[in-house]
Design a protein around this ligand. Structure first.
Ligand SMILES: [Mn+2]
Length: 353
């Protein structure tokens, strides 16, 4: 068994969705589910965190500390999400500044991330060691768990290299992909497009056309990197370019679950599902929606056996900034094998107990 592919706890579990630093919502949800402060449960239930513990919300350090301690006690398992992966890679995007760059102006009063508590400097090494230890896949007879996408070729690569360091694996994929893009002339064509459309690509208001070499490079850097497929999900060519996380993207998310025909159910996070259809555009103005309208407890795919447990609490900081006190975002947990969706505000959906 690879370090990266672990056996999921047997027995009854509660699978917690993407938390993104919303520590109060985590404590509320754990209390609703019946867990004590150390992650113990009177019925012997155990916790599985689907990844993306941190970034954007007010207290990422507290969330990471709680989960790290529960994992150490054997009360919880936790998957690597794309946000933990970006921290390991030192990818200095704005929502990671609580960890990578706490003195940045955006972290100071008046800045976009002023609400984010920075990591205590003496805990940085422990947090990184914890993230580096996390599996990318958890499996058991009746269930498969992954942060973003169940991809057999990506999982096979992890099986083939069982001891690999996650950052080494990622950088190794990058080197291989860049060499292939170079050899096929895509790098040169991409550079030409970036020069020809420099002004349009430089900011959110640029509105560049769909540029084929940039699109091809985007796709290969995603689809040919197994760790990206598992934690960010696979992409396809975008209908139109869109601006997100400080860059223009020519590729968009593939709805991989529509092609998932295995019998074993998959639970994922990552995809910013909404409990009820709300004004998506206000939270992520230029991001193409990945889901059609869904019922709160709805499963996806041709066999209706793929479940997304991310109910977008990662956008709650924007709701607060907009002055809302009634939130439309939620933190969710899937109770397994009961197949019930529990939310931090006390709502429960799915089969009756
Ligand atoms: Mn994610």
């Amino acid at each position: 068994m690879s370090l990266r592919i672990a056996a999921c706890f047997d027995g009854p579990i509660d699978i917690i969705g993407d938390i993104h630093g919303e520590y109060d919502a985590l404590l509320q949800l754990l209390s609703r589910l019946g867990y004590d402060a150390e992650g113990g449960h009177p019925d012997g239930r155990r916790l599985v965190f689907i990844g993306d513990l941190c970034d954007r919300g007010p207290d990422s350090p507290a969330v990471v500390e709680w989960v790290l301690a529960a994992v150490a006690r054997g009360r919880a398992q936790c998957l690597l999400g794309n946000h933990e992966l970006m921290l390991l890679l030192g990818d200095a995007r704005e929502s990671l500044r609580w960890f990578l760059d706490p003195t940045h102006p955006e972290m100071q009063p008046g800045g976009k991330y002023e609400h984010c508590r920075p990591v205590p400097p003496e805990r940085k090494a422990a947090f990184l060691a914890f993230f580096a230890s996390l599996p990318l896949v958890l499996e058991r007879k009746d269930l498969r768990l992954v942060h973003a996408a169940w991809s057999p070729p990506a999982i096979q690569m992890l099986r083939d290299d069982p001891q690999a360091d996650i950052v080494d694996l990622y950088r190794g994929s990058e080197v291989r992909i860049e060499a292939q893009l170079q050899a096929s002339g895509v790098i040169a064509a991409e550079a030409q497009e970036r020069a020809d459309h420099a002004a349009q690509l430089s900011g959110a208001d640029g509105n560049p056309p769909l540029l084929p070499a940039i699109a091809e490079a985007n796709l290969r850097r995603n689809l040919d990197n197994p760790l990206r497929v598992l934690t960010f999900g696979p992409d396809r060519l975008a209908q139109a370019p869109y601006y997100i996380m400080e860059r223009w993207r020519m590729a968009e998310r593939e709805r991989w679950w529509n092609a998932y025909t295995d019998d074993i159910p998959v639970v994922m996070g990552h995809y910013w599902r909404q409990l009820h259809t709300f004004r998506w555009s206000r939270l992520a103005p230029k991001m193409p929606p990945v889901f059609d309208e869904m019922q709160p407890g709805q499963w996806l795919g041709p066999k209706a056996n793929v479940f997304c447990v991310d109910f977008s609490v990662g956008a709650r900081f924007m709701e607060r900034k907009a002055g809302k006190t009634e939130f439309e975002t939620r933190l969710g947990a899937l109770r397994w094998p009961e197949r019930q969706l529990w939310l931090e505000n006390g709502e429960v959906f799915g089969p009756a107990q």
